[in-house]
Design a protein around this ligand. Structure first.
Ligand SMILES: [Zn+2]
Length: 59
């Protein structure tokens, strides 16, 4: 099996892992108060940009 010729230094390992972080999703708040992702219709009230776009249980 192929083996690396040199040990990966802590510096090189950490530099590689500098890109591993998962960014937290951007959260905005709907007019109904629910947290929603940008450019998505609200799952609670079914509105997007102040307009009803989906069927919802209470609206
Ligand atoms: Zn809403």
């Amino acid at each position: 099996m192929a083996l690396p010729k040199k040990k990966t230094s802590k510096s090189r390992r950490n530099m590689r892992r500098s890109h591993d972080k998962v960014a937290a999703p951007n959260v905005i708040y709907c007019e109904c108060g629910e947290p929603v992702l940008p450019h998505r219709a609200c799952s609670a009230c079914g509105t997007y940009n102040g307009r009803q776009v989906t069927e919802s249980s209470d609206a």
